[in-house]
Design a protein. Structure first.
Ligand SMILES: [Zn+2]
Length: 344
């Protein structure tokens, strides 16, 4: 899990465009519905009163809207929470009559070539190129001359089947890979207090990858060649697990563990053990002296010894660059845990 990093200026620009899109296309519908005398009028009025918060509110504000609807409109809220499969015929009709799909019209937002704003423009502007949930897949946005569009999927953090009024909310749309969104999370009910929201935080140093040796071997020095076979080819002698930082509060750990479970992170990172084995081998080859030598011989190619390490591990290993390449967090955490490439 890595945090989605967007500059303040970009954030404001995207919020403005997104809200303008809603205003241009759907606000009038909501206004007219809020004027019709029927049993839903109070609900429409509530939505109208809070519309800016619903469309561009931060994750916490979206959660506040959910709580207000739970308390103010308990019957509707319980209907929503039943999800599409468990609603009776009568309840389905009622939900259809409510017409939220036309006000928070996510299908229209997905149209391949919307004039000014839509899913494609949103992901292009956000420029999130690595899936924040798994950090294993590239999710770039690209539009070819033949109008072929490639873009990340947009996961609804709060499932749109349960919270249809959040179907178009900016901070409820998480650019993510197909595996995380469509295969693993699907319509799992994510609650704000139970899962990490990638627009707010990532695992950072609070939850890190860790090498767990299966057999009780006392391995203190990975540079010692007698352990080399251990990390060769058949790498099923160790597992990649997560380890919480020492002073991390329980609430964060629980949320992170829920994310780890839903996105099968430990199971999937098991397929990347060869990367860890490779890092350890590279650490043996590129020792302190070799790094020093490279720095002296090719000083025009590198700004610092950190640059050399970045080239050796073929990845970015600082927190604010984890969104640049797949498996960056794994690389960073393992290098830190095993104290690899220490040139100091
Ligand atoms: Zn993913």
């Amino acid at each position: 899990m890595i945090k989605i990093n967007i500059s303040k200026a970009k954030r404001e620009e995207v919020e403005e465009k997104h809200y303008q899109y809603f205003k241009d296309n759907f606000l009038d519908k909501l206004i007219s519905l809020s004027k019709v005398e029927d049993s839903f009028r109070d609900f429409y009025r509530f939505l109208l009163l809070n519309i800016e918060q619903i469309i561009t509110g931060r994750p916490k504000e979206l959660n506040d809207v959910i709580i207000k609807i739970d308390n103010g409109f308990p019957y509707l809220s319980s209907l929503f929470k039943k999800g599409t499969r468990q609603r009776s015929g009568h309840e389905k009709k009622l939900i259809n009559k409510l017409n939220l799909k036309n006000i928070f019209n996510y299908d229209a937002f997905l149209k391949p070539d919307p004039p000014d704003w839509g899913a494609y423009q949103l992901t292009k502007n956000l420029n999130v190129n690595i899936c924040p949930y798994c950090n294993r897949q590239y999710i770039v946005t690209y539009h070819s001359e033949e109008k072929k569009v490639i873009r990340p999927q947009l996961d609804h953090f709060f499932a749109k089947s349960i919270y249809p009024y959040l179907a178009l909310s900016l901070y409820n749309l998480i650019p993510s890979c197909n595996i995380c969104n469509s295969r693993l999370k699907r319509d799992t009910e994510f609650e704000y207090k139970k899962y990490i929201h990638p627009y707010e935080e990532g695992f950072g140093d609070s939850m890190k990858f860790s090498v767990k040796i299966r057999e009780e071997k006392d391995i203190n020095n990975y540079n010692d060649l007698k352990y080399l076979d251990f990390f060769f080819g058949e790498s099923d002698e160790f597992d990649i697990k997560f380890k919480a930082g020492k002073e991390v509060n329980n609430e964060f750990i629980k949320k992170a563990e829920n994310n780890i479970k839903v996105f099968k992170l430990e199971e999937l990172y098991d397929f990347h053990k060869d990367n860890v084995a490779e890092l350890i081998k590279k650490n043996m080859i590129y020792n302190k002296d070799r790094i020093k030598e490279l720095y002296q011989n090719f000083n025009q190619l590198f700004n610092s010894k950190d640059d050399i390490v970045r080239m050796i591990v073929s990845n970015y290993i600082t927190e604010d660059n984890l969104d640049k390449r797949v498996l960056a967090k794994l690389t960073k955490d393992i290098c830190e845990e095993l104290n690899l490439f220490d040139y100091t």
